[in-house]
Design a protein around this ligand. Sequence first.
Ligand code: OAA
Length: 156
Amino acid sequence: MTQLSTADLYDEHGEQLRSVSLQFQNLGGMSGFSGPVRTVRCFQDNALVRQQLQTPGDGAVLVIDGGGSLETALVGDIIASLAVDNGWAGLIVHGAIRDRVAIGTLPLGVKALGSNPAKSSKTGAGEVDVPVEIAGVVFRPGATVWCDDDGILVEA
Ligand SMILES: O=C([O-])CC(=O)C(=O)O
């Protein structure tokens, strides 16, 4: 069954949804994906991202608030493959990824601002499953998020 488009969803339930106006790129092998929100907040450090994606995703979408930094990649093909292997539906990266060609072949939704080959530090700094805000839209852990080529909608 194909997922309802975000535009149709907005027409039917817009009053209960927030739409992200920031223009993310669709960089995964699946452009349409949805699921419950899980979160990581981190800045140029991706140890917590890897740690979370090593655990069962049960169809969730990991929203990574990297503060919008494009200086280092928070996800590469190895971390993205962990997400596939552990049953995550997708990633929304408010920041950069790398290995974009390989990530584009994976059965995973990946939205990110762009790419940069520079790697992130791995100290584990950051927070997990806290509400995060991207371009004025709050992503609460457990809220449902829907993504496709048009954009990102999340339950208010
Ligand atoms: O290890 C990293 O920082 C990210 C990466 O390159 C990968 O996931 O392949």
